[in-house]
Design a protein around this ligand. Structure first.
Ligand code: URA
Length: 436
């Protein structure tokens, strides 16, 4: 760069729909990271990007600068292919917990850096922490060792991973600029590529309970993520999946671990298993091990023969948790003191279960956070007694509130409003399309 640009010139340029050069984009992200750009200028640029977007080259450079604002893990000493899965966030989305050990059992390393719950959507870290003793704050050398030896480790984001994203995300949250496809895509990819992976499978959720409310936006987000992946030389497959109804039968941290263990035992709800098998098949294909169809068969087989459960047991033990959770979850996991049914108001079929309403009901009971600094209650949440498509009779339980006497009235009202009962049975598969 020949001369240092004035921040306001760059804001004006983007505001007016002109492209920023690579140097200008890198100057900007460096200023976000070292704090030399003030919040008001960073926020103004975010709004300009929100309206004007980023071209393919701009997006690749912006994401690369965010990625290199912090450490990139070096897992080159691990010979197995390294592939992760990211979900854009759902209700009852516990898939990472059975998926990561299952993929590891098939010979692919899964270095998974996960997040906490956001709004009405749950986070893998909160779920894992409901296992007594489970530590998600391992140092990088221990993380690398476990990925090498076991094929899997699940930790939280460290301060050194994509620090530019931390500042940008906090500003987006308070400036109405979260819902921007280039900003979401670069935010996700800056963190995922920092894991030192060879490839990624993105579970892009669409529907009432997701960030992306329609298929067009989900496709555009998937394409933006693939473009960033391509520019970084990584293989990225995007699976677009429905998030209108919660996944599986549980929402809430310990409840979701219990369901995950059932899937790892070859049991569990059909849709939780279907997503685990489908995403796992794509991960094995991204790793170059086999075709997606063959990958699905291999994942189903390690769920059924106990080898995925065995890796999960070792993973829990290695991360300080009580490994008995793999064999007798009820003896180990915290349980709510009360279990109260919500019943069907009339005969019919379950047309849908609004994921956002059910997620908020669980949050109100204490399974999620109202504010960033809140603690979660690992024991509480919602257990669904029916699935979309089931025929129900008036008075039959649709779900149970598992609670510890907090937020019960408000949660009851939310959960009752989450069920739509109709005359006709709807379709059941969640997998809408795959972008290779
Ligand atoms: N998840 C992220 O990590 N970033 C976003 O911007 C949205 C969802």
């Amino acid at each position: 760069m020949t001369k240092t640009p004035l921040p306001q010139e760059l804001i004006r340029k983007k505001r007016d729909g002109r492209e920023l050069s690579d140097d200008e984009l890198r100057f900007w992200v460096a200023g976000v990271t070292d704090g030399s750009l003030p919040d008001y200028q960073v926020a103004a640029m975010l709004m300009a990007i929100y309206w004007r977007g980023l071209g393919d080259r701009e997006l690749a450079t912006w994401a690369d600068a965010m990625l290199h604002s912090g450490d990139v893990l070096d897992l080159s000493s691990i010979e197995r292919p390294k592939v992760d899965k990211h979900s854009t966030g759902g209700v009852g989305d516990k898939i990472s917990i059975p998926l990561a050990p299952a993929v590891a059992a098939c010979g692919v390393a899964v270095p998974m850096v996960s997040g906490r719950g956001l709004g009405h959507t749950g986070g893998t870290l909160d779920k894992l922490e409901s296992i007594p003793g489970f530590d998600v704050r391992l140092e990088v050398p221990r993380f690398t060792e476990l990925v090498r030896d076991l094929g899997v480790c699940l930790i939280g984001q460290t301060d050194r991973i994509a620090p530019a994203d931390r500042r940008l995300y906090a500003l987006r949250d308070v400036t109405g600029t979260v819902e921007s496809i280039p900003l979401i895509a670069s935010s996700i990819m800056s963190k995922k590529l920092a894991e030192g992976i060879d490839g990624l499978v993105l579970d892009c959720k669409v529907g009432r309970g997701a960030f992306m409310k329609n298929r067009g936006d989900a496709r555009a987000l998937g394409a933006a993520i693939q473009a960033i992946g391509r520019a970084a030389g990584k293989r990225v497959t995007v699976m677009i999946t429905a998030m209108d109804a919660p996944i599986g039968t549980t929402i809430g941290n310990a409840l979701e671990v219990r369901e995950s263990v059932a899937v790892l035992r070859g049991e569990g709800p059909a849709d939780t298993r279907e997503l685990t098998v489908a995403l796992g098949g794509e991960m094995l294909a991204v790793a170059g091990l086999c075709s997606t169809d063959e990958g699905r068969k291999r994942i189903a087989s390690v769920l059924d023969d106990g080898s995925a459960l065995d890796i999960f047991r070792k993973l829990v033990e290695a991360q300080g948790g009580d490994p008995r959770v793999a064999d007798d979850p009820a003896a180990v996991l915290p349980a709510a003191r009360h279990r109260e049914p919500i019943t069907a108001p009339r005969d019919g079929f379950v047309e849908t279960i609004f994921a956002d309403e059910a997620g908020i009901a669980a949050l109100i009971l204490g399974a999620g956070r109202r504010r960033k600094e809140d603690d979660v209650d690992p024991a509480v949440g919602v257990e669904l007694a029916v699935a979309v498509g089931d025929e129900v009779r008036k008075g039959q339980p649709l779900a149970f509130l598992c609670h510890n006497e907090t937020g019960v009235d408000a949660a009851r009202e939310r959960l009752a409003g989450a069920f739509q009962i109709s005359e006709h049975a709807p379709g059941r598969s969640r997998i809408l399309e795959v972008l290779q």
